[in-house]
Design a binder for this molecule. Structure first.
Ligand code: HEC
Length: 108
C-alpha cells in the first residue's frame, strides 16, 4: 500500500514536470509549423498570421471534443474528423507532434 502511494505520488510529480513544458512549447510549435496560417487559438492569444485562403476553425476549445491522441493521429493524416483528413501533413518531429497535440488536447 505504501509503495502504491509512493508510486502514484512519483507519477503525479512526473506528470506535473512534463505538462507545463508542453504548455509552454505548444504555442511555439504551433506557430513554427505554420498552423496559424489557417487556425487561430484566441484563448492563447494566437491570431491567424498571414491569412491563407483556407480559413479554418479557431482551436481554443478543441480539447473538449478531441483528445491529444486523436489530434496527433489526425495531424498525421491517419484518421478523419467529420469525414475528412486534415489539410496538412504534420512536418515536424515526433516530439513536436506530441507537444502540440498535448497542448491542444488540454484546451477546453
Ligand atoms: C492549409 C490550412 C491549414 C493548416 C496550415 C493547418 N490546418 Fe488544421 N485544419 C484545417 C482545416 C480546413 C480543418 C477542418 C475544418 C476546420 O477546422 O475549419 C482543420 C482541422 C484541424 C483540427 C480539427 C478541429 C476540429 O475541431 O474539427 C485540428 C486539431 C487542427 N486542424 C490542428 C492543426 C495544427 C496543429 C496545425 C499545424 C501543425 C494545423 N491544423 C495546420 C486547415 C489547416
Amino acid at each position: 500500500m505504501k509503495n502504491l502511494i509512493r508510486n502514484t505520488l512519483a507519477a503525479l510529480a512526473l506528470s506535473a514536470l512534463v505538462a507545463p513544458a508542453a504548455l509552454a512549447d505548444g504555442p511555439q510549435v504551433f506557430q513554427e509549423q505554420g498552423c496559424n496560417k489557417c487556425h487561430s487559438v484566441t484563448a492563447a492569444g494566437i491570431s491567424r498570421a498571414t491569412p491563407h485562403d483556407e480559413e479554418a476553425k479557431d482551436l481554443s476549445k478543441v480539447g473538449a471534443t478531441h483528445d491529444k491522441k486523436a489530434i496527433a493521429l489526425f495531424l498525421l493524416k491517419k484518421t478523419e474528423i467529420d469525414g475528412e483528413k486534415h489539410k496538412k501533413q504534420f512536418q515536424g518531429t515526433t516530439e513536436q507532434l506530441k507537444t502540440v497535440a498535448e497542448w491542444l488536447g488540454g484546451l477546453k
